[in-house]
Structure formats: C-alpha cells, structure tokens
Design a protein. Sequence first.
Length: 256
Amino acid sequence: MEWSDRGLVLAKGIFREYDVWLRVLFKEHGVQTVLAFGGLHSRRRFVGCLDLLNLLECRVKVKGNYLYLTEALLLKGPGTLRSIPSRQGLAMNLVKLVDGLSVPQDLAGETLRLLEEGLELLSREYVSQTLPLFFRLRLMAILGYAPDFLHCCLCRKDLVEKSFFCVEEGGPMCEDCRSRFGGARRTGAFLEPSTLKLLQLVREEDPLSWPQWAEREEGASSFLEPGQRRAASQCIDGILAYHVGLAWEKGRFVRT
C-alpha cells in the first residue's frame, strides 16, 4: 500500500552508511517514522530535502510494520531559522514538544498548521521569547488540555481580579474558592487580569494572530512583564507536567 501526504520533519537520524530515518508530522497520518534508503545521496528521489524543519510532499510505501519514503518534494524550508542560532533553538523547542506529545491522527492537520505558523512567526524580524510558552498553551488547547482563563475552574464565576491559578485543579480560582479549597499544598501562581485575558487569547487563536493583539485588543499585549511571564510559565508548564505528563528537562521533553 502507498499513500501521499504533506508533512514537516521533526527529527532526523542516519543508519547504515547512506540511509536516513525521519520523524515527520503528516497532515493526514500524524507523527510517523519513515525510512529513506539512500537518503544521504539520492538526487533523483529526495533532491537534498531531508532536513529538519523542512515541509515536504511525501510518497510513502507501507510494508509490514515499516514505512518507506519513496519520494519527497521540498515545499518550504526554514528560511532564516538555520542561520540564527537563537531562533533555531526556539524552533526546536516547538518541534520537540510536538514530537514528544501523542498527537491523535484526527488532530494532526490542526497541529501541523499550528507548527507551520509558529515557525513562520519565528522567521520574522521580531520574535518574543514568550513564543514557545504560548505555543505550548495553544497546542494543549488543540489537544483538549488548556483551561479557561476567564472563569473560576470550580464555581465558574467571572474573574475580574488577580487570581490564583491552581495546577492541580487545572485552572484559575476565584478568591472564595481559593479560601475554601486552596489548601497549603496547592501549587501554582497568581495571575493579573491582563495576563488571564492574554492567555485566553493564546488559547483561542493561532500564532500569526498573536502580534496583532496590541493593536486590536484593549488590555492585551503580545508580551508579558518578567514577573507575570515567570508566573504564566509556572502555570502552563505545571499543567503540561501534571495533566499531560510531559516536562522540559535537559534540552528535551520527557515523560513524567
């Protein structure tokens, strides 16, 4: 059996002398490992396009438990990302998150679009260091893990003041619920109303919309001041580790 699909290269390795394996996020088939025999030298079938962050149109042959890449066409490269080490590091943070998560096949197309937009935003002139954090939240929203930042996670009351985000409960709490159910062992951080609004926007919109917020939304901006950035990171990474089971350790995402 054979199929064709569009996909982005998440990881690459070499086996034997001239052969390559790739981890690819495909639009229709999800994250798959494919083998490309002669991938290091073939100019006819692969045309030197089997590199990280490349968007490819692939033809894949299925044989038993293995997938063999028979042909690949480069649709889009990473542009400036390879020439700017700091941005390449940010890009690999996005890619490793997608590779580390178990993305359901029915959500692969939406995940691929998110990753393409994230990489496109990274290739532009100005890049916020909060982009990987926002990307984690948006991806969790696609997968069904992201909280509602505008309402108490327990009583559903509208949040209009500074609120405590409880990692264990999976969302922000109003002061009444925090007093009654917070407890000393709860982990999380206090988030300002402007931060809650910003994170709700991240939850609902894809990356190419993010730079427009400062102009479009009163009280929202495309960046966070350092204290709130640390608080938001603690909350989002806490959700990722506690509810999804994935944490960033020593340059990669690992299962907790």
